[in-house]
Design a protein around this ligand. Structure first.
Ligand SMILES: NC(=O)c1ccc[n+]([C@@H]2O[C@H](COP(=O)([O-])OP(=O)(O)OC[C@H]3O[C@@H](n4cnc5c(N)ncnc54)[C@H](OP(=O)(O)O)[C@@H]3O)[C@@H](O)[C@H]2O)c1
Length: 321
């Protein structure tokens, strides 16, 4: 190995050490029980987790239930969802189930009516459902439309439908979007090539829903025309990265709108990256366990006031968009 190669290997080893040491610290923090003052929630506090029949979503349901919340496990497939709910109920957790496909408007409407009728609304929404069809160095755009429709548009539909159903509370309702560092605007790698677009999306003065929608539409248009390769899009898992970039930008945009609501109507919204987690999505290739992948989402959902909003987190720390 040459000098440069050796340097890169050392840098990788140091980064790996730093990551492991942070994960160890977070594992220690996870064992620290919440005090009575920190516990703003009770057994009737209702949390909804999308796409939670398996993977990170399932683990988020488990951890929130363990902390004593009532959790609604949702799944697009009824039998998978019921099976997942039953396995948690057998462990003694307070978990209910309802069908929910976040890319299906009617399914969201049915869910929305049910949550109001049965529980009078919700306090916490974890937007976890997501898809990715590439593994390793694959970068096929065959399912780009489905990826954008689920990860970005589905998440947005859920937020639009659930915000009016969120219960007023002096502690604020909470939304956590499970996102990814792959969607970072200003990361060193995998970012948008168009510096002007990056700037527009970064700047709160120019960021708008229309800009985000136009960006994903332009991407899908180029996929259709077969011209996306030269379009300056993120190079790895391109469709997935664009979908998460849109989720991140939407989180920042919405946070500003939601904070203008009156005190008891406040809704805090943040997003986080769970790391590279051993789930079906990664072909169980990730570094992180399910427990580690769920951790920051649960921590954000349970955080005491004053809460951040419109921020991006990983391993219980704020990171840049
Ligand atoms: N694993 C990682 O390394 C990693 C890294 C960064 C971010 N994330 C994010 O973490 C979240 C969870 O991923 P995971 O790794 O746990 O993957 P996973 O095991 O594949 O779980 C994804 C879940 O989303 C559900 N889902 C997909 N489309 C849906 C739809 N239209 N409506 C409702 N549910 C739907 C899936 O349901 P089915 O069982 O029916 O398919 C499944 O329950 C995703 O948002 C993902 O992008 C994961």
């Amino acid at each position: 190995m040459g000098k440069a190669g050796l340097g890169r290997a050392r840098a990788r080893a140091r980064a790996q050490e730093r990551r492991q040491s942070r994960l160890n610290e977070v594992a220690r923090l996870r064992q620290v029980p919440y005090t009575q003052q920190q516990r703003w929630w009770c057994s009737e506090t209702t949390a909804v987790v999308t796409g939670s029949n398996r993977g990170i979503g399932f683990e988020i349901v488990r951890q929130l239930s363990k902390h004593g919340l009532r959790v609604i496990l949702t799944s697009r497939d009824v039998s998978k969802g019921q099976e997942a709910m039953t396995s948690l109920q057998r462990e003694g957790f307070n978990v209910d189930f309802h069908q929910l496909d976040i890319s299906d408007h009617d399914s969201i409407t049915r869910f929305s009516e049910w949550i109001v009728q049965k529980y009078d609304g919700l306090d916490v929404l974890i937007n976890n459902a997501g898809v990715n069809f590439n593994l390793g160095s694959d970068n096929s755009m065959e399912f780009a439309e489905e990826v954008i429709r689920t990860n970005y548009l589905g998440t947005k539909l859920m937020i639009e439908a659930m915000v009016p159903r969120m219960k007023p509370s002096p502690f604020g309702a909470r939304i956590v979007n499970v996102s990814s560092r792959l969607g970072r605007l200003n990361g060193r790698r995998n970012r948008l090539g168009d510096a002007a677009l990056r700037q527009q999306l970064s700047d709160d003065a120019t960021l708008s829903e229309e800009l985000i929608n136009c960006t994903v539409s332009k991407f899908l248009e180029q996929v259709k025309q077969g011209s996306w390769v030269s379009g300056g899009w993120p190079q790895n898992f391109t469709d997935y990265s664009v979908s998460k970039l849109a989720v991140n930008a939407y989180t920042r945009l919405l946070a500003k709108r939601l904070l203008t609501r009156s005190d008891v109507q406040k809704v805090y919204i943040n997003c986080y990256c769970p790391g590279w987690v051993k789930t079906a999505m990664t072909g169980w290739q990730g570094n992180n366990t399910l427990e580690e992948g769920a951790d920051t989402g649960v921590w954000l959902a349970l955080m005491s006031c004053p809460l951040p909003s419109g921020k991006f987190f990983a391993e219980r720390r704020e990171i840049s968009f």
